[in-house]
Design a protein around this ligand. Sequence first.
Ligand code: PLP
Length: 370
Amino acid sequence: MRKVRFNDVRAAYLEQKAEIDAAMEDVLSRGDFINGRAVGEFEANFAKYCGAAYCVGTSNGTSALHLALVAAGVLPGDEVITTAMTFIATSEAVAHAGAKVVFADIDPGTLNLDARRLERALSPRTRAVIFVHLHGNPTGIREVADFAHAHKLILIEDCAQAHGARLAHIGKPVHVGNFGAAGAFSFFPGKNIGAFGDAGALITNDAEIARRARMLANHGRKEKYTHEVEGYNYRLDTLQAAVLSVKLKNLESQVARRNAVATRYEEKLRECGLGFQGHEPSTTHARHLFVIQTEQREELQAHLKANGVETGIHYPIPLHLQPAYQMLGYKKGELPIAERIADTGLSLPMYPQLPLEDVDYVADVVCSYF
Ligand SMILES: *Cc1c(COP(=O)(O)O)cnc(C)c1O
């Protein structure tokens, strides 16, 4: 029986092994493990790739989100609106900033925050919105940016799943992370660019946000022994930065391969009447995950497993119903779309090196169930 893995983080390494090994050896022989040369190089490379003025490397995506919120001016006691259909890091970052998370429902097609549903989450304390480009889908960010602008709210983008995603904006493609005050990225090994451990970054076009984020990430330092404020140890490791610069060179081709996989799934699965995430055709979807929706999720997942296919669920419990957020007092039924996606979403194998014959096999196994 064929075995199809959900993701294979070694495949990307093996494609660039010689160059990655050399970059790591370079760091090892220099010994500049903290704030070394490769960190500044990666920050410059990533800012350029994203078309942003500044990039600050961080220890992971959660710390990048936290820094983005604080550096952009979110204060204790503020409210921050975001989606309940995301990884908990999004809302953890809000709590780390001393603010309160308020969940709004998503668009049933794009699975992203729906600008038309944000109004009812507003209060006099609302300070910011975090837009999550779920599964790599940038659709909807422009409308949420317009909403944030109209209500004088800070917009932070959670781009942890969206490296490579772009939208046409005033006639030219704009990379995600450039629509608000700052964009936060994760380089967790399974993401579209994966480090060999934890790593992250934020991008911004605001010099003051960049300066504050950089200072806060390095113990609030102005100089070695002068601390302007109390900060954090949120620095990006030099070794990870060296790996990331090499991996960044392949990002474009890997996003194209992810899109080839997704397009093949869509062609095959449309024939058997399955629903999946929609996106504006004029955008570049980064295709971190490929998620289908079915009322028989558990049965289909078992059927796929019996046929050698690994799957995932992103995410089985929407954040507003997590035990960690019981104190916020949300009830089942309050965010019906996020709840329905939590009950019906099933993530199929997706990574750039996934052979198209495997995609066909997975689609055939799915369709044979229905
Ligand atoms: C992975 C992820 C994060 C957190 O990134 P870490 O690097 O694991 O801290 C944040 N938001 C979303 C949507 C993610 O998928």
